[in-house]
Design a protein around this ligand. Structure first.
Ligand SMILES: Cc1ncc(COP(=O)(O)O)c(C=O)c1O
Length: 374
């Protein structure tokens, strides 16, 4: 057999303005190049302690069970549901886009009796709608997406929705994959039971870790399960033993990814949450104004439009795929197509974490203006 030979890695340095991954700052990339150590090395355990404090800061929580799972955002989703749901449990899932749909699919696979409430793509739920659905029966779990990356809509009234869930006896699971790090996520103030996120969006690290935080209330429910969760890998009690004082081996976590996430979180803490949210909003507003000007208006009304993810209407007669391909080829800029029914109707533009920069907005607007002319 001949020895296979390949040239050096040949990957372009893209300007990532899609729905994630976002760009990682050079500081994060340098941290990632630190030599890996063992998964129980005292230096890595110290990094976990710091990462945990920083995660509590961005989640705005005191929850003891706050970790970063080895896996992408989907592992956070699966962990939240798999640790709470036992076969036959009733679950209510709010669906206002693709990721709500995915939650419903997961809950069904876990053996829950799933009821759905739905809003058309691009809309959000009123508190009343959710309250009416919660009243129908005693649900063990209610799950909802805070920032729907498939539509660019922010679900408002999360604190009131959580209070309603608790009033009717349900635990609330909140998807903060796109929102954490770019808009307020107030886990303790809103009284959320489990929230999960992902490293590669508004936090600004590469993909591969899923931050998660669990309330006391949810912890008790998990600890009183009749049987252990169906997933060993995503068993949160085992995670707690690995991240807690015992440091019991659970899996060989990637030190490199934790170096990166810790650095990205350190950058967030240095910037401060208030300033970080203001930066995301200011750059998004610049984008929105520019898009209106070039005839590509945002799809979502301003009241619940997401700063980290904008869906922009494709103008009549324009081939959305051709524009995206040319943006990538000629300008090195990545944006994404729409999802499902919105596929050819909108582009999805992300301004998350390190990607949320004034110069990126100006460059994208100039490139789009040029491409829409030719
Ligand atoms: C709202 C939301 N939830 C969950 C996910 C899944 O995360 P991942 O692709 O990192 O597994 C995504 C990814 O885009 C998302 O936007």
């Amino acid at each position: 057999m001949t020895t296979p030979r390949f040239s050096d890695l040949n990957v372009s340095t893209r300007i990532l303005l899609g729905p994630g991954p976002s760009m990682a700052s050079p500081r994060v990339l340098r941290a990632m190049a630190t030599p890996p150590v063992g998964h129980l090395d005292p230096d890595l355990l110290q990094i976990y302690t710091e990462e945990q404090q920083l995660l509590r800061y961005v989640f705005q929580t005191e929850n003891e069970w706050t970790f970063a799972l080895s896996g992408t955002g989907t592992s956070g989703m699966e962990a939240a549901l798999a640790n709470l749901i036992e076969p036959g449990d009733a679950a209510l899932i709010a669906i206002h886009g693709y990721f709500g749909e995915r939650l419903a699919e997961m809950a069904t696979r876990l053996g829950a009796e799933v009821d759905r409430i739905e809003r058309p793509l691009g809309e959000i739920f009123s508190l009343k709608e959710i309250e009416t659905a919660l009243k129908r029966k005693r649900y063990k779990v209610f799950a909802i997406v805070h920032a729907e990356t498939s539509t660019g809509a922010e679900q408002l009234h999360i604190g009131e929705i959580a209070a309603a869930a608790h009033r009717y006896g349900a635990l609330i699971v909140l998807d903060t994959v796109t929102s954490l790090g770019s808009i307020p996520v107030k886990i303790d103030e809103w009284d959320i039971d489990i929230a999960y996120s992902a490293s590669q969006k508004s936090l600004g690290a590469p993909s591969g870790l899923a931050p998660i935080t669990v309330s006391e209330r949810a912890r008790e429910v998990i600890q009183k399960r009749k049987s252990p969760p169906p997933s060993f890998y995503l068993d949160l009690a085992l995670y707690a033993k690995y991240w807690g004082e015992e440091h019991a081996y659970h899996h060989t976590a990637s030190a490199s990814l934790h170096y990166a996430l810790r650095e990205a979180l350190r950058i967030a803490a240095e910037e401060g949450l208030k300033a970080r949210f203001a930066r995301h909003r200011a750059n998004a507003e610049l984008l929105w104004a520019g898009l209106e000007e070039i005839g590509v208006p945002p799809f979502i009304p301003p009241e619940y439009r997401l700063p980290p993810l904008t869906t922009a209407r494709v103008p009549e007669g324009v081939d959305p795929h051709r524009v995206r391909t040319r943006l990538l080829k000629e300008y090195n800029i990545e944006i994404a197509a729409g999802f499902g029914a919105l596929k050819d109707k909108v582009w999805r533009i992300g301004l998350m974490g390190y990607s949320s920069r004034r110069e990126n907005v100006l460059l994208l607007l100039a490139a789009l203006r040029e491409l829409l002319r030719s």
